[in-house]
Design a protein around this ligand. Structure first.
Ligand SMILES: O=P(O)(O)OC[C@H]1O[C@H](O[C@H]2O[C@H](CO)[C@@H](O)[C@H](O)[C@H]2O)[C@H](O)[C@@H](O)[C@@H]1O
Length: 286
């Protein structure tokens, strides 16, 4: 288990990325959206990728040597609209995937969308008295937001959500935690880690894989890519199994900008445009 403290020199993770890129035939860069490319905000609809992150992802997308994917808990159409860049997108924690012009949906999740719909509709009614609670129906999954709900009512929201999910879903749906949210998903053994493995398997040769994310659902992706690849946790508010971290979406932009310039040169053996080294730090193990 990793802890957030102490942080060490920035040279070690960068050296690992350089080495990984130098010895790989391709690279896969996977990015979470909320809290990674976009700062966390109170209103989910208002989340926006920072201009720096957009510019860096666009640069990465233009490199044939690097496959870039956004892997989000948001619905696929929602997250695609928020970037509108020609890359791969996995929505609903990997239950739906858009790549090379084609969309695929996890077959069991597709069949359980009506249950998610029913849970969301029920929660809209039973949670109506809770101030500022927000229910996001993402078709294959749902999210109950408590960020703006008074702290004293969080436990009520969590308990009510679990109870409705058990009642309507009867074992076909489950709940899991996120950043001031309760996620409602089909109980299938498929998450961000699985979709990242799928993307890795379809890369040319033996790719170097980087995954950058801030939320608990990103941990499954860190688990599948390390130690050959590198997991980068965004934030300072909780422990992560990722061996490296940056402190905010601003730090993510520096790293992506570095990847899109010097990183591509390491991968392709180019001469090297220089970019300022990003502020990466390693996290030590307990
Ligand atoms: O996997 P992600 O792309 O990080 O998506 C996870 C959830 O992100 C969104 O909620 C989070 O961001 C909101 C906007 O900043 C914030 O208000 C909320 O508290 C966060 O949990 C999104 O609304 C969810 O659907 C995603 O599952």
């Amino acid at each position: 288990m990793s802890t957030l403290e102490p942080t060490h020199s920035f040279d070690e993770p960068l050296a690992q990325i350089r080495e990984g890129l130098r010895t790989a035939s391709s690279a896969l860069v996977c990015l979470d959206f909320d809290g990674t490319l976009a700062p966390i905000v109170d209103e989910p609809d208002a989340a926006t990728i920072t201009p720096e992150n957009r510019a860096a992802v666009a640069k990465l997308a233009s490199s044939p040597a690097i496959a870039t994917a956004v892997v989000s808990g948001r619905g696929l159409a929602d997250v695609r609209d928020r970037l509108s860049l020609p890359i791969t997108y996995a929505g609903n924690h990997g239950l739906e995937l858009y790549r090379a012009g084609e969309t695929s949906v996890h077959p069991i999740a597709g069949k359980r969308a009506s249950l998610v719909e029913e849970v969301c509709a029920t929660l809209e009614q039973v949670l109506a008295p809770i101030p500022n609670v927000r229910i996001e129906n993402k078709r294959l999954t749902g999210t109950v937001h408590v960020r703006s709900v008074p702290e004293s009512l969080h436990e009520t929201v969590h308990r009510t959500t679990r109870s409705v999910v058990d009642h309507v879903g009867g074992g076909d749906l489950e709940t899991s935690p996120g950043r001031r949210i309760v996620e409602i998903s089909p109980s299938v053994p498929w998450g961000k880690g699985d979709v990242v493995s799928l993307l890795e398997a379809s890369c040319l040769g033996d790719p170097f894989v980087l995954y950058i994310g801030d939320d608990v659902t990103d941990e499954s992706a860190f688990r599948v890519i390390e130690p050959e690849g590198l997991g980068i946790h965004v934030g300072t508010d909780r422990a992560s199994i990722a061996s490296c971290r940056v402190d905010s979406p601003t730090g993510v932009a520096s790293l992506l900008e570095w990847l899109a310039t010097q990183g591509i040169d390491e991968l392709t053996g180019g001469g090297g445009a220089s970019a300022r080294a990003p502020s990466l730090s390693t996290t030590s193990s307990d």
